[in-house]
Design a protein around this ligand. Structure first.
Ligand code: ZN
Length: 470
């Protein structure tokens, strides 16, 4: 992380404005499509509309790309090496270049949430294992509300990086407990239910309690209690008393939360195991196995929606209905978490189905802003943490061709794409922003990619929000 550059940029930003005040948003919403690169959006555009650039957010006024490399990438079994900064020349002359220096979701989540690059696996901790201030910490300092919503486990890497601080993303139980007991979050929502399988079917024996802390913590949440032994949840309204979480799990309770009077703070765990829909009907829970089921048309998957699991957009709207009650404003992170999982398995149909649900969620959030707030007081950022699967145009051995635009295919037809990896890549990812504060991204976008144009570093997303709010 280049602190000097940040200080200069911040100084420049302020001095270039002269005496004018930096216009800050009251609310900031970051929506992260995990694993979504440029071609994931293009493929989904083709499938949904038969037209490129057809998502509402693709015509937002502020559009850039983002570099995602971590401070330290891992080679095998957590042997780390220093990751070199992204090189545009290498990326577009060596086909294999982006298969190195890849970030994981937690190093990227930490960068987006704290403005600091770190090692793969870190959750809001720097290279020396010091805790970093994240955007929810910042929101709370400013007496704003804060929430995280995801389509995967709510203690998974991306949401964790907007709340917790841990040396490893794999310490799910510790992360979940920090989120429940030590954070002042107003909303936490996602999956990881101990008693439901991937299809939303109730089980007699629990899967694991690690995603929700442990069995005692789970019982405490279900009873709506504020204390467990000598541990207690936080007082979030400053009246000196701990504020118990309102626990929800049923689809209709998520739906009810979208309007009317909302509880003070909500923890929602949908009645499904690890993710809302991507794992449905798969033989194996291990998405890295490349289970070949899952190549079906997205229509089939979207139509198979269970009656017991809410959509991501319902969770997002429920969260907004809670967060809006804070008169100082709020910070919200919404993650489409399983675009990455489908992409790790090169499941074209499921990747598109996940991205469609993410896009629907973005549209709902846009509508919410236009109805309940305004672009004058809210900043919406739509981006990704990294690309997964290295999607290109089909190229038949001619590498140059791989970088061409995807061949155009009609609406409703599976697009013609080529997967080139089962892992993350170091490719630039898109960023779209609208609303108050988005105009300042241009100050940070001082690097240029040969193909994609101006780009920022992933740390500069948080750096802008820190600049606006501090
Ligand atoms: Zn991944």
């Amino acid at each position: 992380m280049n602190l000097i550059k940040y200080i200069f940029t911040a100084f420049f930003a302020l001095s270039s404005l002269g005496n004018a005040q930096l216009k800050s948003p009251k609310n900031v919403i970051i929506m992260i499509s995990d694993g979504c690169g440029y071609n994931h959006i293009q493929a989904t555009d083709l499938y949904q509309n038969g037209e490129f650039n057809s998502q509402k957010y693709e015509s937002f006024p502020y559009k850039y790309f983002v570099s995602t490399y971590p401070a330290k990438a891992d080679q095998w079994d957590k042997v780390y090496y220093n990751a070199a900064p992204y090189s545009t020349l290498d990326a577009w002359t060596q086909f294999d270049y982006v298969n190195h220096n890849m970030t994981c979701s937690s190093a990227a989540g930490t960068a987006i949430s704290t403005g600091v690059k770190t090692y793969n696996g870190a959750v809001c901790m720097d290279l020396d294992r010091n805790k970093l201030k994240n955007l929810s910490d910042l929101a709370k300092e400013k007496h704003k509300a804060a929430g995280v919503v995801t389509s995967v486990e709510w203690s998974h890497a991306t949401p964790a990086c907007f709340v917790a601080h841990n040396e490893s993303r794999e310490n799910y139980s510790q992360i979940a407990k920090e989120m429940i007991f030590d954070s002042k979050m107003d909303v936490v929502m996602g999956c990881g239910h101990p008693y439901y399988d991937a299809n939303g079917v109730k089980k007699d024996k629990p899967n694991t309690f690690k995603y929700v802390g442990d069995s005692l913590t789970w019982n405490m949440l279900q009873k709506g209690e504020a204390k467990l032994g000598d541990k207690s949840v936080q007082d979030i309204d400053g009246d000196g008393k701990p504020d118990a979480w309102t626990f929800i799990e049923k689809k209709e309770d998520f739906e009810k939360l979208c309007s009317g009077k909302a509880p003070k703070r909500v923890i929602g765990t949908a009645q499904v195991y690890q993710t809302l829909q991507q794992s449905r009907g798969l033989k194996s829970d291990n998405y890295f196995k490349g289970d070949k089921i899952g190549e079906e048309d997205p229509k089939e998957l979207l139509a198979s929606e269970t009656k017991t699991v809410p959509e991501l957009k319902t969770m997002a709207l429920g969260a907004l209905n809670v967060l809006k009650n804070n008169e100082n404003g709020f910070f919200l992170m919404v993650e489409g978490g399983a675009i990455d999982w489908a992409a790790h398995s090169n499941q074209t149909g499921r990747m598109i189905a996940e991205e469609i649900n993410f896009n629907k969620t973005v549209e709902s959030v846009i509508d919410w802003i236009e109805t309940n707030s305004s672009w004058d007081e809210t900043l919406l950022i739509v981006t990704a943490d990294h690309e997964t699967g290295y999607i290109t145009a089909p190229y038949n051995g001619e590498f140059g061709k791989s970088w061409e635009t995807l061949p155009k295919t009609p609406k409703g037809q599976m697009p013609n794409i080529q997967w080139n990896s089962l892992n993350h890549t170091n490719s630039l990812v898109p960023l779209f922003a609208k609303g108050q504060g988005g105009q300042y991204f241009k100050i940070f976008a001082d690097e240029t990619d040969i193909k994609r144009g101006r780009y920022i570093n992933n740390t500069e997303i948080a750096q802008l929000i820190f600049l606006l709010w501090e």
